[in-house]
Design a binder for this molecule. Structure first.
Ligand code: ADP
Ligand code: AMP
Length: 214
């Protein structure tokens, strides 16, 4: 099964992706995580991507193409995968379409998680991360012990693009460049819009229902 998670920053894509990936045994491919990993490793891609990410802008399409192509060709993706944060532009959607055409694969579903702007800002401002990949929210999904990861006891931190000014830019980039994908995938009859205003288990229940029918 090939699933795309679409939605603005803070919609809960990463949170739901972890749960989908576990229940449906699919690799979770997050371009944001891949880029942050490149930044930590100080690769040429990481160095180029950082300046865009710090400002809350999208990284140029051509910088993403190679890493996504390579990742999707890895053995664990042979029978399906879950894309979180890719594609984010019409050009990326076309590029993904070509990669899949060349390998005889098709997207099964695009899950569009819809959340109002005010709620997105609340979610992003309270998001806390752990280097192990776990993600929390200070109010909506708090760790058992404040500031400490439940899974690995690591110290939680705030992403440096979750600041108010950067969040404003990320939401603007979403509206201008990513939102047109809703129409793009709707025309291909692949889109399912999910009410992302519910709590985390409620949204997952709705997503699981859609996926079980495919
Ligand atoms: P995205 O990957 O779409 O940017 P995340 O999954 O990182 O979003 O979620 C953003 C923040 O909102 C995190 O702090 C997460 O714990 C919290 N969150 C996710 N889903 C919900 C929800 N349904 N209700 C309240 N908070 C949520
Ligand atoms: P995310 O972790 O999905 O919130 O992404 C964090 C940041 O990484 C975004 O604000 C972009 O700067 C960059 N990024 C992630 N995925 C993409 C993509 N598909 N295209 C362009 N930039 C991306």
């Amino acid at each position: 099964m090939i699933i795309i998670l679409l939605g603005p920053p803070g919609a809960g894509k990463g949170t739901q992706a972890k749960k989908i990936s576990e229940k449906f045994s699919l690799p979770h491919i997050s371009t944001g995580d891949m880029l942050r990993d490149n930044i930590i490793r100080n690769t040429a891609l990481g160095i180029k991507a950082k300046s865009y990410m710090d400002k809350g802008e999208l990284v140029p399409d051509d910088l993403l193409l190679d890493i996504i192509k390579v990742r999707l060709s890895e053995p664990d993706c042979s029978s399906g995968f879950l894309l979180d944060g890719y594609p984010r532009t019409l050009a990326q959607a076309d590029a993904l379409g070509k990669i899949l055409d060349n390998t005889g694969k098709e997207i099964d579903v695009v899950l569009n998680i819809h959340v109002d702007d005010e709620e997105l800002i609340n979610r992003l401002s309270g998001r806390r991360m752990c280097s192990c990949g776990a993600s929390y929210h200070v109010l909506f999904n708090p760790p058992k012990k404040e500031g400490i990861c439940d899974s690995c006891n690591g110290e939680l931190y705030q992403r440096n693009d979750d600041t108010p000014e950067t969040v404003k830019n990320r939401l603007a980039a979403y509206k201008k460049l990513t939102e047109p994908l809703i129409d793009y995938y709707n025309k291909k009859a692949l889109l399912h819009t999910i009410d992302g205003g519910k709590d985390i288990p409620g949204i997952f229940g709705d997503i699981a229902k859609v996926l079980e029918e495919i």
